[in-house]
Design a protein around this ligand. Structure first.
Ligand code: SAM
Ligand code: SF4
Length: 474
C-alpha cells in the first residue's frame, strides 16, 4: 500500500511564528509586579494567555519561581485533590516508515529488531498487564502503510476482548498512533477508544521539518490538524504534546497553548490531556543522546507548573521517561496522570528476557513495577491511585467533562471513584506491603469526608468490594 504524502497542503497554519516570537520578546525580563498579577489571575483558575505563560517562564527571580510552584500546587490540589490516574503504554508495533531523527523506531535504524503483535501477542501482553492490575492502556504504534485504520481498530477490539481470571479487563484504551483521515478516526471512535493522543513534537516549523526526514510525518500541517480531524470524527477527548529537547522549550509551551486555544475556538473544547515527554537516549539517534535544547530539572519543573496554571482543567501526563525521584517532585506541580511499570517495545511485558535495547523505543528513567509505584505514591506521598473510567463510560467526555471539572466535580466524584478502584487493586493485585499502606490511606481518606451522605455511600461500596463485587462507581 502506498502512502500519500503532502496531505496537509492548503490547511491553515494557526501556529503563528511572528506572534509567538513577539510574545516571547515582550515577556523578557518581566517586572515582578506583572509576575505577581499573573499568578493572582492564575489562582482564580481562569487559565493564562500564551503571553502570560511566557512571562512566568521568563521569570528568573528565585522567590517568584517558588511562588509559581506554590500556585501550581494549590490549583492542582483544588481541582484534582490527591488523586492520580494510572496507565501503562502497550507497544503494538515498532515498524515505521518515517524517519524522525530522535526515535529508535525510525525506518533507517536497520539495527532495530522489528516486531508487530498479532492477536495472540496482544492477548499475551494484555493478560500480563491485567494480572498486574492495569485497567487503562495507551496503545502505541509506529507509522506504516499496513497499519491502516481498520487494522488499528482490530487491535483495539483485541485488547478489549481480553479478560483475566482475577476480574481483570481493560476499561479504557487510549491510542497514540500517526494522524489518520477523518474516516479513519471515525473507525477508532466506533471501537470505543478513549483519548486520541498525538504529539506535534516541535511547534517550530523549521525544526520540525529538519527532524522529520521521510514519510507522511514530514508534513507539519497534516499533523497539526490531527486533533481537528479526530474531533470531526467524534473523538472529543484529544491529547496533545511536545517533545522537549528539540527546540526552545518556551516556544514549545506557547505552541501548545496556541494549539489548545485553536481547538477551543473551533470545537468548543480544549485538549483533554497534555503530555511533555523529554527526549531520552534512543538507539541510532544522535540527537536523542545530545538534545540541542536540554532543560534543567528546575526549568522543566517550571514548564509543568506553568502548564498547570495556564490550562487548569486539562489533564497533565507524566511518563516513565523521568526518574522515580524527579517524578515524585513533578507530581506536586499538577500532574494528574502517570504511567507505571512501562516497557517500550512490542512483546516486552510477556518477555521472560525483558530488557532488549535492540527492540525498544527509548530507555525508561523509572523502572519500578506497578506495585512499587503504588506503594510509593500512596504510602509515602498520600496520593490516591485511580483507574476510574466512570466518566468515559457514562459519556462525560470532551466539553461535558470540562464543564463538570469546573464545578468541583473531580473532588466530588473522581476522588471517591478513584478510592473504589484503589480498593479493587488492593483486594486483587497488591503485595502485602502495598495492601497495608493502601488500606491505611483509604481509612484516612474516608475519615476525612465532611459530606456525610457521600461518606456513607463510599463506606457501603468499599464493603461491597470487600465482599467480592467489582467495577462500582458513583
Ligand atoms: N508513531 C506515532 C507518532 O510518531 O506519532 C506514535 C508513536 S511514537 C512512538 C510516540 C511518541 O514517542 C512520539 O510522538 C515522540 O514524542 C516520542 N518519542 C520518540 N522518540 C523519543 C525519544 N527518543 N525520547 C522520548 N520520547 C520519544
Ligand atoms: Fe515512527 Fe513515531 Fe518513531 Fe517517528 S516517532 S520514527 S513516526 S514511531
Amino acid at each position: 500500500m502506498k502512502q500519500d504524502i503532502n496531505l496537509g497542503k492548503g490547511l491553515a497554519n494557526f501556529i503563528d511564528d511572528t506572534v509567538i516570537r513577539s510574545e516571547m520578546e515582550k515577556a523578557e525580563n518581566p517586572d515582578p509586579g506583572l509576575v505577581r498579577d499573573i499568578l493572582a489571575k492564575g489562582k482564580e483558575r481562569k487559565g493564562l494567555t500564551p503571553f502570560e505563560a511566557a512571562v512566568l517562564l521568563k521569570n528568573t527571580d528565585k522567590e517568584l519561581d517558588e511562588a509559581i510552584f506554590q500556585t501550581a500546587m494549590s490549583i492542582k490540589k483544588g481541582i484534582y485533590g490527591n488523586r492520580l490516574v494510572l496507565f501503562a503504554p502497550l507497544y503494538i508495533s515498532n515498524e515505521c516508515v518515517n524517519q524522525c531523527a530522535y526515535c529508535g523506531f525510525k525506518a533507517t535504524n536497520t539495527d532495530l529488531e522489528r516486531r508487530t503483535l498479532d492477536a495472540e501477542g496482544i492477548h499475551k501482553e494484555v493478560s500480563v498487564l491485567e494480572d498486574q492490575g492495569h485497567k487503562r492502556l495507551l496503545l502505541v504504534y509506529g507509522e506504516h502503510p499496513k497499519h491502516d485504520a481498520d487494522w488499528i481498530a482490530q487491535t483495539v477490539r483485541d485488547v478489549y476482548s481480553v479478560t483475566s481470571e482475577k476480574s481483570g479487563e481493560i476499561r479504557r484504551v487510549n491510542i497514540n498512533c500517526a494522524p489518520l483521515e477523518v474516516e479513519g478516526f471515525a473507525k477508532l471512535h466506533e471501537v470505543g477508544i478513549g483519548t486520541y493522543q498525538c504529539f506535534q513534537e516541535s511547534y517550530h516549523r523549521p525544526t520540525y521539518e529538519k527532524l522529520h526526514i521521510a514519510g507522511r510525518k514530514t508534513d507539519y500541517l497534516w499533523r497539526l490538524h490531527a486533533m481537528h480531524r479526530a474531533q470531526e470524527a467524534g473523538i472529543d477527548d484529544v491529547g496533545m504534546g511536545a517533545l522537549f529537547g528539540l527546540y526552545d522549550p518556551i516556544y514549545e509551551v506557547l505552541g501548545l497553548l496556541h494549539h489548545a486555544l485553536q481547538l477551543e475556538q473551533d470545537w468548543g473544547v480544549g485538549p483533554h490531556t497534555i503530555s511533555f515527554p523529554r527526549l531520552e537516549p534512543a538507539m541510532g539517534s544522535e540527537i536523542a543522546f545530545n538534545p540541542p535544547y536540554l532543560s534543567s530539572d528546575h526549568d522543566f519543573k517550571k514548564i509543568v507548573a506553568v502548564l498547570r496554571i495556564a490550562v487548569p482543567y486539562t489533564g497533565l501526563i507524566l511518563t516513565t521517561r523521568e526518574t522515580a525521584e524527579f517524578r515524585t517532585e513533578l507530581l506536586q506541580m499538577g500532574v494528574s496522570q502517570i504511567s507505571a511499570g512501562s516497557r517500550t517495545y512490542p512483546g516486552a511485558y510477556s518477555d521472560p528476557e525483558y530488557d532488549r535495547p535492540g527492540v525498544q523505543q527509548f530507555c525508561v528513567g523509572d523502572s519500578r513495577n506497578l506495585d512499587e509505584v503504588i506503594r510509593s505514591i500512596s504510602g509515602d506521598h498520600d496520593y490516591v491511585p485511580s483507574w476510574c473510567t466512570a466518566c468515559y463510560r457514562l459519556g462525560r467526555t470532551g466539553e461535558h467533562f470540562m464543564e463538570l471539572a469546573k464545578t468541583g466535580f473531580i473532588q466530588k466524584f473522581c476522588l471517591p471513584n478513584g478510592l473504589l478502584t484503589f480498593k479493587e487493586y488492593l483486594e486483587d493485585y497488591a503485595s502485602e506491603d502495598t495492601k497495608k499502606v493502601g488500606e491505611a490511606l483509604i481509612d484516612r481518606e474516608i475519615k476525612g469526608y465532611k459530606d456525610l451522605k457521600q461518606k456513607k455511600l463510599l463506606t457501603e461500596r468499599i464493603a461491597r468490594i470487600e465482599a467480592g463485587e467489582r467495577d462500582l462507581y458513583l
